[in-house]
Design a protein around this ligand. Structure first.
Ligand SMILES: Nc1nc2c(ncn2[C@@H]2O[C@H](COP(=O)(O)OP(=O)(O)O)[C@@H](O)[C@H]2O)c(=O)[nH]1
Ligand SMILES: [Mg+2]
Length: 194
């Protein structure tokens, strides 16, 4: 992704990842200008033991394929958002999902931090820039960014930012932070001697 000369529109793909029930579908839905293409299925008894709903009471739907949305950050930058399916049985889709992505948002629920480890490992391994967005359920951020960074053992340059997945403004801010981070990484990589 490069910032175009004026008048041209650039689009970029961003992956939204994180554990089951962390707010990925909510985030894509709150910020998208198009009706998010979500394949939510009502969880039935068939999902018992497969989808862990014990930690997420009140959650009746599960994303079986993925969330897809679009947001214009400004006149010349459009982001396409691809939510990962939360369940581990969809791991095989991740390679496809990250192809062409400029970066990823890893959402965490600080009450269930470990749920995001797999996503972080995946992006580290692929060297895809990511930031950590702490979804503040009920408006409460239980742990501060530094504690979360330490608990997740992510490197100091990875942004760790708060977010309310239900809020368009908050979500948009997270996406802008990611784009800025990706651009700064690219600039420093370009400046580094080969
Ligand atoms: N209170 C609160 N609830 C949220 C927030 N984000 C998501 N939820 C709820 O948490 C549940 C799981 O969210 P969902 O987006 O389906 O999670 P996903 O599995 O990551 O796609 C849903 O019932 C949401 O309404 C938030 O920021 N605050
Ligand atoms: Mg979902």
């Amino acid at each position: 992704m490069a910032r175009p000369a004026s008048g041209r529109v650039t689009s970029a793909k961003i992956v939204i990842a994180g554990g089951f029930g962390v707010g990925k579908t909510t985030l894509v839905g709150s910020v998208s200008e198009i009706t998010p293409l979500t394949t939510e299925a009502i969880m039935t008894s068939a999902g018992v033991g497969v989808d862990d709903t014990r930690q997420v009471p009140g959650k009746l739907t599960t994303t079986v394929a993925m969330d897809f949305g679009r947001i214009s950050i400004d006149r010349d930058l459009i982001l396409y958002l691809f939510g990962t399916p939360g369940q581990t049985r969809f791991w095989f889709m991740w390679d496809e999902l990250v192809r062409g992505a400029i970066g990823a948002v890893v959402m965490v629920d600080t009450r269930r931090l470990a749920d995001c480890f797999a996503a972080i490992d995946f992006f580290e391994h692929r060297r895809l820039p990511y930031l950590v967005a702490i979804n503040c359920f009920d408006g409460v951020q239980y742990h501060n960014a530094d504690d979360v960074r330490e608990a997740l053992a992510v490197s100091p340059d990875v942004p760790v930012v708060p977010c309310d997945a239900r809020s368009r403004e908050s979500t948009k801010q997270v996406l802008i932070s990611l784009v800025e981070y990706v651009l700064s990484m690219r600039r420093s990589r370009a400046a580094a001697p080969a």
